[in-house]
Write a protein that binds this ligand. Structure first.
Ligand code: FES
Length: 125
């Protein structure tokens, strides 16, 4: 069964959408089910100032996407990189074991978006 927090984030996902002038974009697919997530970040002074996501996936994927945007907003890039799929699952009061793989999407997409930002920044330097 899903926790109340998972149901809440699934029913009222936070930070849904797209940032048209994003500083970094991460797109990740889950090979186990074919679900896809896009994650957009705005970065200022090394801090994630805004973050949005679009997820075509199961309820657990949407809840973990929503939760990771709340966890990453306001964090430095180094702090955000350290958010693990386990941290996301724990913040949601757990996920059913067969749904744990769904939380990979969120943490991988966040890392990809940060990588994209860093690559763009290095290219400009
Ligand atoms: Fe695809 Fe959950 S079943 S991410």
């Amino acid at each position: 069964m899903y926790s109340e927090k998972v149901m809440d984030h699934f029913a009222n996902p936070r930070n849904v959408g797209e940032i048209p002038d994003a500083d970094g974009i991460g797109k990740v697919g889950n090979p186990q089910c074919g679900d896809v997530m896009w994650l957009y970040i705005k970065v200022k002074d090394n801090i994630i100032t805004d973050i949005k996501f679009k997820t075509f996936g199961c309820g657990a994927a949407i809840a973990t996407s929503s939760m990771i945007t709340e966890m990453a907003k306001g964090k430095t890039l180094d702090e955000a990189k350290k958010i693990s799929r386990q941290d996301v699952a724990t913040s949601l009061d757990g996920l059913p074991p067969q749904k744990l793989h769904c939380s990979n999407l969120a943490s991988d997409a966040l890392r990809e978006a940060i990588k994209d930002y860093e690559a763009k920044k290095a290219a400009k330097a």
